[in-house]
Design a protein around this ligand. Structure first.
Ligand SMILES: [Mg+2]
Length: 505
């Protein structure tokens, strides 16, 4: 979510200045660096309402520009530069933009060609590296759990927490806790989290939006009604376009106007339980619990075939059928899957399983089926197969947007790229639209920009550019600081593709 922060220089209680709606006041938007230099937003103790207490405090922790920050962390040359993470193909979409790129108006979910145009020649475009983000995400949540045992994760980089020790705490105490938490995340991962705090989940989430980038925003009970009231009504949790349309049709534009309705009118406009629940949220009443999500289980389907499967031509439709059957169960369950497991039982009863992890959880049948097909092993090599099963794991309630459906649905078949029992998807190379397929070079296909590489002498690096039989590699990792770039012949035997996780060293 694109957000702006409250002006940080004022010692005046936020109650006395106009509430800034998320997404508003673009003139106040500023770079991450400028914000990092201001610390006032983190100083809750000097607020007039610093001593105000609340029975419960919910925190919403949200990493700043997570994907782009992960790239800047592990590729130090990118620090301070406008980084766009995403697909570069004709239909490529921005998955993440650094704050330096956002200054130009680049945003997540924007077509990549548009973002590139906005940022101009200084834009650095890199493909997403799901495995790196996953590893950093786990490290962030580990750090948070060390202070907040119960964490409700919403995605890779967002979570709610309700620290027991903050029950009954003051605004100042909450601010202090948040500052320590931010410092801990930064120390353990090198990444920046913004934190919002309020008396319920909704206010906490609004708070983190106001805190960004690199800040803390504690919304005190004294200001919450006024702050909520000024927001457009669609900012209210659970208000979709239909509900918004209904409210607009009777002239209700803000949360405050909605809150001012008698409850029975809210109910008659939006329907029974939903109307009443939203009305309570509009009034700032939000007692929804913070709870761990159910442990991920697997949803699967399998079939034993009457006659053994002997060829790839027989195996492909069998996998598609099992993926479809498992997908129907997934749809009933209402969750999305990140890991796709293919199970093959041979006629000698031995079992082979291979799994494939997507960069995000999805419910898209084509993407999930493609991932299962990718794990297929030729029965001519493996031996006769009597049972085929497909399972979906890494289940989550929150779906990440399908950022690159055009890439993920088109996964190549088993291509011998890895023999690992846990092949992991690194986004496939973007095609180079300027080169007609017939003349597309080995370098552009293989040494695509952003690919992790190792060199026998120089160590770990990433492809900065390639073409005309040459490839330029920047040698650096998280711990090296900005590294040098050297150009090689594309078939240099000292170069090899490398595990992206090594960039975290
Ligand atoms: Mg975030």
């Amino acid at each position: 979510m694109d957000t702006v922060r409250e002006p940080a220089n004022s010692g005046i209680s936020p109650v006395h200045r106009p509430a800034a709606a998320p997404g508003g006041h673009p003139a106040r938007r500023r770079g991450a660096l400028a914000d990092a230099q201001e610390s006032d937003s983190n100083r809750t103790d000097s607020r007039p309402d610093a001593a105000v207490r609340a029975r419960r405090w919910v925190l919403h922790i949200d990493m700043d520009a997570f994907f782009a920050s992960a790239e800047q962390l592990t590729r130090p040359t990118l620090r301070g530069r406008p980084v766009l993470v995403g697909g570069t193909g004709a239909r490529g979409v921005v998955a993440g933009a650094s704050y330096e790129a956002r200054v130009f108006g680049a945003r997540s979910a924007m077509p990549m060609h548009q973002a590139r145009r906005l940022v101009g020649a200084s834009a650095v475009v890199v493909p997403p590296r799901g495995v790196v983000y996953g590893e950093l995400s786990a490290a962030v949540f580990d750090a948070l759990r060390s202070r907040i045992p119960v964490l409700e994760t919403l995605s890779f980089d967002e979570a709610f927490g309700e620290p027991a020790e903050l029950a009954g705490a003051t605004v100042a105490e909450v601010g202090e806790f948040c500052a320590e938490l931010r410092a801990l995340v930064r120390e353990r991962t090198g990444l920046v989290a913004s934190i919002g705090a309020g008396t319920g989940k909704q206010l906490a989430k609004i708070g983190s939006g106001l805190a960004k980038p690199d800040g803390i925003r504690v919304i005190s009970p004294a200001e919450q009604r006024e702050l909520l009231a000024a927001l457009p009504v669609r900012k209210l949790w659970g208000i979709g376009p239909v509900a918004e349309g209904r409210l607009r049709s009777v002239g209700i534009e803000t949360v405050g106007a909605f809150a001012a309705l008698p409850e029975f009118e809210a109910v008659s406009l939006l329907g029974g339980s939903i109307g009443a629940a939203l009305h309570r949220l509009a009034l700032g009443i939000d007692d929804r619990a913070v709870a761990e999500r159910a442990e991920a289980k697997q949803i699967s389907a399998e079939t034993t075939y009457e006659r053994d499967i002997l060829t790839m031509a027989q195996l492909r439709p069998a996998i598609a059928a099992m993926a479809g059957a498992a997908h129907r169960r997934l749809a009933e369950d209402g969750r999305a899957a990140r890991t796709v497991v293919l199970k093959l039982k041979k006629s000698d009863m031995s079992i082979v399983t291979r799994s494939f992890t997507l960069p995000y959880a999805t419910e898209d049948l084509a993407t999930l089926t493609a991932a299962a097909q990718r794990s297929a092993v030729d029965p001519g090599v493996l031996g006769a197969i009597r049972l085929v099963g497909v399972g979906f794991g890494g289940l989550s309630t929150i779906r990440q947007e399908s950022l690159f459906p055009e890439l993920d649905r088109d996964l190549p078949g088993a291509d011998g790229e890895t023999d690992s029992p846990e092949p992991v998807l690194v986004a496939p190379p973007a095609t180079e639209p300027e080169l007609p397929p017939a003349t597309r070079s080995y370098t552009a296909e293989y040494w695509y920009p952003g690919r992790d590489v190792s060199h026998a002498e120089y160590g770990h690096g990433w492809v900065q550019g390639s073409g005309h039989g040459r490839v330029t590699i920047r040698f650096e990792t998280r711990s090296t600081g900005p590294g040098p770039a050297y150009t090689f012949s594309a078939d240099d035997s000292n170069l090899a593709p490398a595990d992206p996780l090594l960039s975290l060293l």
